[in-house]
Design a protein around this ligand. Structure first.
Ligand code: FES
Ligand code: FES
Length: 186
């Protein structure tokens, strides 16, 4: 029988370089929910992991981890971004908002959060933070988005409990409150 003991102790030829190489770390400066943040981060660190593991902002959920479900959506300089597809280092100098930037435990709900509550636009809530952040970006836009634009934005999110009718109703409640009903704008 062949003795493979020595061979099995050989390092794997494809072994990755140590992750602690100085060149793989960066000093990151950004603003998160209005607070300045400075951190040392690895090049490959995902924004979702940075927010959840390093800043303990676990309101941002991670579902599919490859850009399909929208659960991890946060706002980067006001634009919805999938944090599972974004490197933390790509956010140097940016202003980030997560769901924790909306109502705190004592504070009043935002219009979007209240509309989700009133329209029963959630059940388990796993998808909700992502929907709420995308909807917040829509209602903060300088002009009312068209129906197609709303549908397009919501199509980037998956919900496995509620269905989309109530979520759509919640968005329209906020937009109607801000701009008046379609055809009778304020
Ligand atoms: S976890 Fe990011 S899109 Fe699904
Ligand atoms: S409320 Fe459960 S996945 Fe959307």
């Amino acid at each position: 029988m062949t003795d493979t003991t020595e061979a099995s102790r050989e390092p794997l030829p494809s072994a990755a370089p140590p992750l602690s190489e100085p060149s793989s770390w960066h000093e990151l400066h950004l603003t998160v929910n209005g607070r300045p943040v400075r951190a040392q981060v690895e090049s490959r660190l995902l924004l979702s992991d940075f927010l959840r593991a390093r800043l303990s902002l676990t309101g941002t959920h991670v579902g599919c981890e490859h850009g399909v479900c929208g659960a991890c959506t946060v706002l980067v300089d006001g634009e919805p971004v999938r944090s599972c597809l974004t490197l933390a280092v790509a956010c140097e100098g940016a202003s980030l908002r997560t769901v924790e930037s909306l109502a705190d435990e004592e504070g009043p709900l935002t219009d979007v959060q209240r509309a989700f509550h009133e329209q029963h636009a959630m059940q388990c809530g796993f998808c909700t933070a992502g929907f709420v952040m995308s909807c917040t970006a829509m209602v903060e836009a300088p002009e009312r988005p068209t129906e197609d634009e709303v549908a397009d934005q919501l199509s980037g999110h998956l919900c496995r409990c509620t269905g989309y009718r109530n979520i759509r109703a919640a968005v329209e409640q906020v937009l109607d409150g801000r701009y008046g009903k379609a055809g009778e704008e304020k």
